[in-house]
Write a protein that binds this ligand. Sequence first.
Ligand code: ADP
Ligand code: MG
Length: 347
Amino acid sequence: MRPETLRDIGEFGLIKRIAGRPAKKPSVLAGIGDDAAVISVGAALRGRPKKGTRTWVPLLITTDTLVEDVHFWADSPPSELGWKALAVNISDIAAMGGIPQYYLMSLSLPDRISIEYLDLLISGMKTAARRYGLSLVGGDTTSSPDRIYISVTVIGVASDGVLLRSGARPGDTVFVTGTLGDSALGLKILEEERIIKKKRGSRGPEVKTIIKRHLKPTPRVKEGVLLSKCGIVSSMIDISDGLLADLGHICEESRAGARLLLDQLPLSRGFRSLSMDYGGIDLALSGGEDYELLFTARGPIASVLDKTRGIKCTPIGKIVKHEGITVVGTHGDTYIPKGRGYDHFKK
Ligand code: ADP
Ligand code: MG
């Protein structure tokens, strides 16, 4: 019999094995299994946090790595790459309703890398840090035999309540900010350009916008803070693995299921006009790296939209009791998606 490998258990099987049953200190309010860990600094100093006191000021900590030839190519624009390496971490803090504050950056680099490339990479990251108000407080630097590895850790604080993946309940409405599928479409177009060796300068404005959504994502910090304050949001996650996969994480942590309405998915104009040749609506369902916020909220849709006024969000489905996600198509039929989202090991 063939020995079991990572291909069999996948990324999430591996994380489950690592997580096991960790001995949890009382100061760890949420550990492995959410977008960021939630640590109570007050409790670490003084024991278990007292309910209803502000002494437990939660600290949010998250880390994400970008790897050459997995997340980007050596000829991807370095300034956007630097932005993205920080932005994807900021997005995980936003997904908890938090405000990012500090970051650490670890670089593992082959010695072939030019100084011009490095300067652009670092300046892209600093631009994101300035835009979102973060200070660099450390990191690590090593050589790498072949590929570039960029690993970033971001530390944030919770503005009000912390929004976990586990709070969704049957009857809650599922919402998403912004539009879906643009980043996955941008990646498909970039892949095609590489194959046919098309020049960057020949891109039309719509293609440029879609590609930018992939290379330079916008973390939804302001939106996350507002959602954590409005009192009706029951769970939240950012979309990094794809809508179905990330809604799956909310469902799993909340022990519930969901019904999604295909016709309700918010799509950009560029996506509507370009996506048909690259996979169509499945890019919005399973394509990753939108870095939009996916959340569930209680109460009538009109009242949720009223309380979240000022942020662009769309109701796309409901949380239901029975586990699993159903996608309802245009004529009330069940739509069978072509993929389930990104997994690093299961292809
Ligand atoms: P996200 O897509 O939000 O960055 P991931 O899918 O990368 O989240 O990770 C899911 C959860 O598993 C997170 O809580 C993360 O901290 C945890 N995790 C991932 N890899 C590891 C690891 N190697 N060791 C411990 N925890 C991990
Ligand atoms: Mg996340």
